[in-house]
Design a protein around this ligand. Structure first.
Ligand code: NAP
Length: 162
């Protein structure tokens, strides 16, 4: 199973605002996110899920929270109390690929666990308190770069894949 991370990161490292809002709305980037993740499980922090407000269609939505009593009004959503346990569940259920979709706290936890990162590097700075974690570029090979008008998509693959 390939464990992938997908994120959109402004030039100054910002990925979102503390109140949950996304600082930008770039339709082509949302389309890229949807096309890439469609059909695969998506794993997200509780705050990101609450920002979305409802599950994303066509994908198994998995929420990570420390709150053992956390409930949502949607049957098709799974809730785990750790990222590791959610990944274990996906392995046991033979998914070919899964995506960690944020936000900041979950990316920080996931960055050492993922095989691949698909990062849209936005061509502008953004205002916000939540940033993508620092990572060591030398641990990764850049497999592909796709250029779009407002962003470039970098596909990173971990060297010496686990
Ligand atoms: N640009 C992008 O690509 C992108 C993608 C996604 C999100 N975002 C942005 O990111 C921001 C949200 O990020 P965030 O860092 O504030 O929150 P987050 O990572 O979405 O969620 C944090 C929550 O996840 C749970 N959690 C985190 N680590 C855990 C662990 N080790 N074990 C169990 N549960 C854990 C906790 O939930 P409980 O408090 O319930 O215990 C924690 O409060 C928003 O602004 C959103 O718009 C941006």
């Amino acid at each position: 199973m390939i464990i992938s991370l997908i994120a959109a990161v402004a030039k100054n490292g910002v990925i979102g605002k503390a109140n949950g809002e996304m600082p930008w709305h770039v339709k082509e980037e949302f389309r890229h996110f949807k096309e890439t993740t469609y059909g695969f499980p998506i794993i997200m922090g509780r705050k990101t899920f609450e920002t979305l407000g409802k599950p994303l269609k066509g994908r198994l939505n998995i929420i990570i929270t420390r709150n053992k009593n956390y409930k949502v009004d949607y049957d098709e959503v799974l809730i785990f109390d750790s990222l590791e346990r959610s990944i274990q569940y996906c392995k046991e259920n033979n998914f070919e690929k899964i995506f960690v979709i944020g936000g900041g706290e979950i990316y920080s936890k996931a960055i050492d666990l993922v095989d691949e990162m698909i990062i849209s590097k936005m061509k502008f700075d953004a205002e916000g308190e939540i940033k993508f974690p620092e990572f060591n570029e030398s641990d990764w090979n850049i497999e592909k770069i796709k250029h779009e008008e407002l962003f470039d998509v970098f596909v990173y693959r971990r060297k010496n894949e686990k």
